[in-house]
Design a protein around this ligand. Structure first.
Ligand code: ADE
Ligand code: ZN
Length: 330
């Protein structure tokens, strides 16, 4: 099925094998002997325990070519799964706080996007995320650095540790981002403390275009109504839900669809989540949430509809999806 991916963190696509290559290239020591041993060390039980392991990986990303290789490898994988278009998160603060220039990061990622489009035909854009445990001033500084690269960044988002870091903390930063023409999204991870307040703030104080995860909307009819009125799309990540809240199950996907909310399925941090890229996430959701082929088609349609692209580009993707659906008899 032709697909759009709207929720993938580029730093979360750093496969163990590539980590070893980059570590050797940059003279960085890793506390593992093999890629399999590294994978075995990827054990988490909630968002903070996941984030600790995830942030360890960044230390091998140093030169522009490292960011290029990371992004190109993801786009290659995505193209192999018939992703026609991807919006990819990156966290500049993960790198600038280690002394790596914003310019180094964005140049590597942008060159990879350009080459992947030319060589593989996959289109992509970047969404810059603020790390929510850092200060609003730090986020504003990143936003101001990004203004020189406006052409390369379509939107801004909010990720990382949600505890005590509500969206409202960043209201001024998001307001400025909107003024500068960026599209807006924010993570509201599953079952976080004060999740309903966070979803409400994302919708009202920030005025997001989308919410990343956000399944707890289901528990508050007022929030459901607000999300419907505002035409919000939720970028769900089936396997990531298992990581953040083991054993909680995939039923929310079915329930959100049945409530008429706009939902898409995505991969989040596939290299840290047992290699669940978008196709594996679709398969997981299909079996665990009882999705039909029509559900899967409608979520792919939702993703192309919610993508931050021009009407003419969207039209091309919708034609490809329609052609696929007809050939498939749906
Ligand atoms: N950064 C990378 N993946 C994330 C997630 N699922 N939630 C919050 N921050 C993240
Ligand atoms: Zn995410």
């Amino acid at each position: 099925m032709p697909k759009a991916e709207l929720h993938v963190h580029l730093e979360g696509t750093l496969e163990p094998e590539m980590k070893f290559v980059l570590a050797a290239r940059n003279g960085v020591a890793l506390p593992y002997k093999t890629a399999d041993e590294m994978r075995d060390g990827y054990v988490y039980h909630d968002l903070p325990s996941f984030l600790r392991v995830f942030y360890e990986g960044r230390k091998v990303l140093i030169e522009e070519i490292d960011f290029y290789d990371l992004c190109y490898a993801y786009l290659q994988k995505a193209a192999s799964q018939n992703v026609l278009y991807a919006e990819m998160f990156f966290d500049p603060q993960q790198h600038t706080e280690r002394g790596i220039a914003f310019d180094t990061v964005i140049r590597g990622l942008t060159r990879a996007r350009v080459d992947a489009e030319r060589n593989l035909g996959i289109r992509s854009q970047l969404i810059m995320c603020f790390l929510r445990e850092q200060s609003a001033q730090s986020a504003m500084d990143v936003l101001l650095s990004a203004l020189a690269y406006k052409a390369d960044i379509v939107g801004v988002g909010l990720d990382s540790d949600e505890k005590d870091n509500p969206p409202a903390k960043f209201a001024d930063v998001f307001r400025r981002a909107r003024q500068e023409g960026f599209r807006l999204t924010a993570h509201c991870d599953v079952d976080q403390e004060n999740t309903h307040a966070h979803i409400r703030q994302a919708l009202t104080d920030i005025g997001v275009d989308r919410i990343d995860h956000g399944v707890n909307v289901l528990e508050d009819p007022e929030l459901v109504a607000l999300a419907r009125t505002q035409g919000i799309t939720f970028t769900l990540c089936p396997f990531a839900n298992e990581v953040v809240r083991p054993g909680r199950g995939q039923e929310p996907i079915r329930q959100m669809l049945d409530m008429g909310l706009k939902v898409t399925l995505n991969s989040d941090d596939p290299a840290y989540m047992k290699g669940f890229y978008i196709s594996e996430n679709l398969q997981l959701a299909q079996s665990a949430a009882g999705l039909t082929p029509v559900d899967l088609l409608s979520m792919s349609l939702n993703a192309f509809e919610a993508a931050w692209i021009s009407p003419s580009e969207r039209e091309g993707y919708l034609i490809a999806l329609d052609r696929f659906a007809r050939a498939w008899g749906e």
